[in-house]
Design a protein around this ligand. Structure first.
Ligand code: ZN
Length: 388
C-alpha cells in the first residue's frame, strides 16, 4: 500500500511536496494572506506496521524557528489520546518525524487539536446549564459566531478569552477546564467565585483561523492580538465585538490565554509598560502570579518575555489595552507547545489534561486574591468619585 496523506478537514494543514516509498516530504501551508506558518494537522493512511519518515521541509521559515529544537510531534489513533513521537528531530530547517504507525490510519498534529465541532459541543453544553447566559457577540469574516458565556452574580467583572491565535489549541483546552470548574455546583472555589464575580468567557476569539488550520491569524491574515487599539469591521470584527462588549461591562480582571512555541514553561505576561500604570495594578498582578506559583508546580516566573519600561507597552495587544482602558489587572497566560521542562512528561509532553489542571489552579489563585480585588475596586471607585 502507498501512503496517503490528507488535511481536508476542520483545522487540517499540510501539503505533500514529494514522496518516495515510505518517506514523505511535506510543507506547512501559510495562514491565508499572511506568511505565518507553524500549525500542522493531517492524517496518514496505509502504513500500518511499517516505519515512515516524514520531513516537514519548510520549518526554517516558520513563525518561531526556536519552537522546533526539543519539540516532539503529537500522534493519535483515535483522535482523543495524543502522545508524543519520541523520534522527532530538527536540523537545517527540516522537522523529521520517524515512527511506525500501529494501524493503517493515524493522525499527526503540532498539538492536540481542539476542533470547532468540540467548541460547539462545549458552548452548547454550557449554555444549557442553569444560570449560564449565552450571547453571540458578533460574526467573524467567515460568518461564524463569536460565542460568549456569562454567569455569576458578583460585582467583580472578570473576562476570560482564548485562542486569538488559533494554532494555540492548548488555550481552548484550558478554557474547557476553566468552564467545567466554574460551573461545577459542588466546587467551593467556584461557588465563591460565582458569588463574588460575574464571568464573561469567550472560549475562542478566532473561529475562522481555527477552522482554516491557521497558526496566528484570522480569515484575512490579521493577527487579532495586534488590533486592540483600533479594531475594524473589515479586518478584525472578532476584536471589535469583544472590545465593545467589554466597554459595556467594564473589566476588573482579565486573562488572555495563549501558547508559546519556544519557551518550555508556563508563564504570565503583564502590562508593565502602559502609560497610566497604578500601584494597585502592579501589586495585584504580582500577587496573582506569586499565588499561582505557590499553588501549581506547573507554573513559574523565571522564564518569560522581556518586561518593557514605562511608556513602551504595545497598546495594540489586548492585555495592555485592557489594563490602560479599564485600569484593571489583565494578563496573558502562555503555555508551552513542548512541555514544562521543570516537570516533564515523557509520554505526553504538555497536554490537554495539564492545560485543564492549570486552568483550575488559575481559578484557585483568582479566588485567593478576591479580597484584594474587592479593595482595589473600592479604591478605584473612590478615586473616580474624587475626580468627578
Ligand atoms: Zn498567542
Amino acid at each position: 500500500m502507498t501512503i496517503t496523506i490528507s488535511s481536508a478537514f476542520d483545522a487540517g494543514n499540510i501539503r505533500v511536496v514529494g514522496q518516495s516509498g515510505d518517506t514523505v516530504d511535506l510543507e506547512i501551508v501559510k495562514d491565508h494572506m499572511s506568511d505565518f506558518h507553524q500549525w500542522f494537522h493531517f492524517r496518514l493512511a496505509g502504513a500500518g506496521g511499517r516505519e515512515v519518515t516524514l520531513n516537514i521541509v519548510n520549518c526554517g521559515s516558520a513563525a518561531y524557528p526556536d519552537g522546533w529544537p526539543d519539540y516532539k510531534a503529537c500522534l493519535s489513533l483515535d483522535r482523543e489520546d495524543w502522545a508524543r513521537i519520541p523520534d522527532t528531530s530538527y536540523a537545517d530547517g527540516t522537522l523529521t518525524i520517524r515512527f511506525t504507525p500501529e494501524t493503517d490510519l493515524v493522525w499527526i498534529a503540532y498539538f492536540a487539536p481542539y476542533s470547532m465541532e468540540r467548541h460547539h459541543d462545549l458552548v452548547s453544553t454550557l449554555a444549557a446549564l442553569p444560570g449560564v447566559e449565552y450571547r453571540s457577540l458578533g460574526k467573524s469574516l467567515d460568518g461564524q459566531d463569536i460565542d460568549c458565556l456569562t454567569f455569576g452574580e458578583g460585582d467583580l467583572t472578570v473576562w476570560l478569552y482564548a485562542r486569538q491565535h488559533p494554532g494555540e489549541t492548548m488555550a481552548e483546552w484550558w478554557m474547557e477546564g476553566a468552564l467545567e470548574k466554574l460551573t461545577d455546583p459542588d466546587d467551593p472555589i467556584a461557588r465563591v467565585l460565582r458569588r463574588d464575580c460575574t464571568f464573561h468567557v469567550v472560549p475562542n476569539m478566532n473561529p475562522d483561523g481555527s477552522r482554516r488550520g491557521h497558526l496566528r491569524t484570522n480569515a484575512v491574515g490579521v493577527n487579532l492580538n495586534r488590533e486592540w487599539h483600533a479594531p475594524s469591521a473589515e479586518k478584525s470584527p472578532e476584536v471589535l465585538c469583544v472590545r465593545g462588549a467589554m466597554d459595556e461591562t467594564g473589566v476588573d480582571f482579565a486573562m488572555d490565554v495563549h501558547g508559546d512555541e519556544a519557551i518550555p514553561a508556563n508563564f504570565l505576561a503583564g502590562f508593565e509598560g502602559i502609560p497610566s500604570l497604578t500601584p494597585d495594578q502592579s501589586r495585584l498582578f504580582a500577587l496573582f502570579s506569586d499565588t499561582l506559583q505557590r499553588l501549581s508546580p506547573d507554573f513559574q516566573t523565571r522564564q518569560g518575555y522581556e518586561i518593557l519600561p514605562a511608556g513602551q507597552a504595545n497598546m495594540s495587544m489586548s492585555t495592555t489595552q485592557l489594563a490602560e482602558r479599564f485600569g484593571c489587572v489583565s494578563m496573558t497566560l502562555e503555555m508551552p507547545f513542548k512541555d514544562n521542562f521543570d516537570l516533564p512528561d515523557e509520554v505526553y509532553g504538555w497536554s490537554p489534561e495539564r492545560s485543564k489542571y492549570l486552568a483550575g489552579s488559575c481559578l484557585d489563585s483568582l479566588h485567593a486574591i478576591l479580597p484584594e480585588l474587592h479593595k482595589a475596586r473600592a479604591n478605584k471607585a473612590e478615586l473616580e468619585k474624587a475626580e468627578a
